[in-house]
Design a protein around this ligand. Sequence first.
Ligand SMILES: Cc1ncc(COP(=O)(O)O)c(C=O)c1O
Length: 425
Amino acid sequence: MGTQEPYPIDVEAIREDFPILDRKIGGDATTPGEGPTDDAPLVYLDNAATSHTPEPVVEAIADYYRGYNSNVHRGIHQLSQEASVAYEEAHDRVAEFIGADGREEILFTANTTASVNLVAYAWGLDALGPGDSVVLTEMEHHASLVTWQQIAKKTGAEVRYARVDDDGTLDMDHAADLIDDTTEMVSVVHVSNTLGAINPVRRLADLAHDHGARIFVDGAQSVPTRPVDVTDLDADFLAFSGHKMCGPTGIGVLYGKEHLLAEMDPFLYGGEMIRRVTYEESTWEDLPWKFEAGTPPIEQGIALATAVDYLDDVGMENVRAHEDLLAEYAYDQLTAFDDVTVYGPPGDDRGGLVAFNLDGVHAHDLSSILNERGVAVRAGDHCTQPLHDKLGIAASARASFYIYNTVEEIDALVDAVDAARQLFA
Ligand SMILES: Cc1ncc(COP(=O)(O)O)c(C=O)c1O
């Protein structure tokens, strides 16, 4: 794809692929998809929660249901074979996208949360016990924080939290102190969905490995927005969600190093994941199918591969450059208001999102004023309640950007925040 000033990518052409961006916002929100057509144009800045879906991905889903909808792996008939080939090749495509060695290392799950739970249960229940530690950071999403917390309770392991500094970045000295020979797992968010901080995953992986521990990387916000290569990161596990990267909901990915997955027992048992079953015993399919029990997310997996193709056409370096441009611009504009607090590191050193508060105004009130102007942001704790507690706030508003967002849309956000300032002054 070409480029378009001031962007590293052709945003105008990209926007054409997302008809939802033409939506108008206003009126009765109880009828999905049917707002009045003469109200505010949609300014969608909630991409860290869920991104939109380009036409080629919508078409891949429709093609599947119109052309070869069928269950995979079991059938000899042609539709089943076509679905099986497309579904299995989708694993290869995702493997290539993140630098994995092959489909054996790519498990399709429901979402990032399911991927963390898979490792926590299938690996953690066996591997952890009293005297062991799991090291997290204070900025973890509940998907990993709650999961490891609960597995630690079941196994008697200790959970340790590496500190977040006042500047919203990880205190690496503290992390290095916490990771020791008791540590079995380091689980870290790559790009924080609240602070925008980008964590030094490779350094953490080296620290973990020096102590014989494994590293789990929560890539929910990094894989959609920047090049991520599991080999460069030396990640043992990496999780992400299709719906944050132009793909459909209902599909997540768990990458795991092949030898680690091979050593683990299955998480879910049932059909599709077995090789031979008797009344007494069962044996398991090869990777990755050993971890995909029951009918898998077939159409979602196939569509995720199309989403990956789409992002690769844009170019992940370009996606990152676009995110950087918008994040820095939004950070500068919002911090220019002396009654607005933006959380996390400076604009030129963060992922493509800004969480912020306007003095004296609850984030929910702020976001409903923004919504009246068509600006969609998220308000709440963004599944990081302990981090919000640490910041001394109950909630924040979060604007998050993707490949179709423009500088003008950030101006619309800033104007709407300014309108809220006047209203509550
Ligand atoms: C950093 C991070 N981790 C995990 C998740 C959970 O993703 P999902 O809801 O798709 O499981 C999210 C989603 O908001 C996230 O931002």
